[in-house]
Design a protein around this ligand. Sequence first.
Ligand SMILES: C[S@@+](CC[C@H](N)C(=O)[O-])C[C@H]1O[C@@H](n2cnc3c(N)ncnc32)[C@H](O)[C@@H]1O
Length: 411
Amino acid sequence: MTGAIEKLLMETIGLDSASVGPTVVRQAVRDRMAACRIANPQAYREHLTGSPQELQELINAVVIPETWFFRDREAFTMLARHARVHKHAQPTKVLSLPCSTGEEAYSVAMAMFDAGFEAHEFNIDAVDVSTRNIALAERAVYGRNSFRGSYLEFRDRYFEAVEGGLRPSAAVLKQVRFRVGNLFGTRAIFGQEVYDILLCRNLLIYFNRELQDRALTRLKDLLATDGLLLVGPAEAAFPRLHGFISAEWPLAFAFLESEPIKAAAPTTAIPVRTSTPKLNKSKPVLPPRLTVGKENSAPALAKPVDQVSESLVAVERIANAGRVKEAQEVALAHLEKFGPSAQIFYLLGLVQDADGAASKAAQSYRKALYLAPNHREALVHLALLLRRQGDHSGAEALAGRLVRVQKRSGT
Ligand SMILES: C[S@@+](CC[C@H](N)C(=O)[O-])C[C@H]1O[C@@H](n2cnc3c(N)ncnc32)[C@H](O)[C@@H]1O
């Protein structure tokens, strides 16, 4: 019975149940049947067909809302810099799709303010298929789970304490307009709109290849010529298949519809907080010289170059560009030259994963975890991979471990 419901979910929102594991769908169906007081699965399936509201409830129950402020922080710094360089007379239009509970869209607003934008110079649309997530985004009260990692100073500048948590300041809230919408639904919900910057992060991983293609076609349609598309770390291989070109910014997973304009890369005039990408807390990493325009001339980055770090960033840069085969070769050469480290095994796992080499990727993630048992990204990606492979108990165990790590570190 869940087979028919899984099919319905795939046809409606694109969800490939293998990516989250059938237990997630089964549990959601059980919960919804109980809520509707329907004991017979066949009767529930029929109820679903006749009730758009119930289908929406099931979607709310089945989606993975995982998100937090400034997730993959470099993406926000770089998109705001890009927006400065490409600023025009009209306000810059940004779309966060999917926005989940709003953290991503509000992070864009904060990054744009930090880059010197005035409120009237940009606006952000934020769309998600889950009515529950959109309601939470509009309520905008956030707890500890939304603030992860060590970069948190934005919290003091942009949030105020309210009952139940922290709320972004009124200035930030005003920049974002939320809407319920399905990436695969009608184009009409976006009107004639095309966007200068589109974030579609950590959604494509839940689709099969055919739906990833359909999703990319829709995203292209929503993006202005020369627009900027940002995807998630494990999704960097897909935009290239649709003619996008990597913006080649380390750790931003950003793509352009046309050639990157390196000469125009923003630098000194922009009051962006200088961010030095870090691969781990103890080891600052410099962006590679050839790929981020004049950014290397910023004083905070003019430090002696650490060879290991630079080599790691080179792997990331190639991976970010979606050149997954080449990234594997460079990662293996790095291993040969510098020896094992959790970060190189994690990166190798990511590119093997993106290249469809699942068992090699699992091995690499495991090696990363052997060297750094609390490596969160490796835990997340290995759990997702195991789920896709049908190893649900393995995935659950890793998810439990991730929760413990996050509790210990207070995130
Ligand atoms: C893991 S969250 C990603 C949120 C955010 N972009 C990030 O990277 O932190 C995935 C979100 O995708 C939404 N979603 C799933 N299928 C969708 C679809 N077909 N159209 C729009 N949103 C969808 C879910 O409701 C969920 O909130």
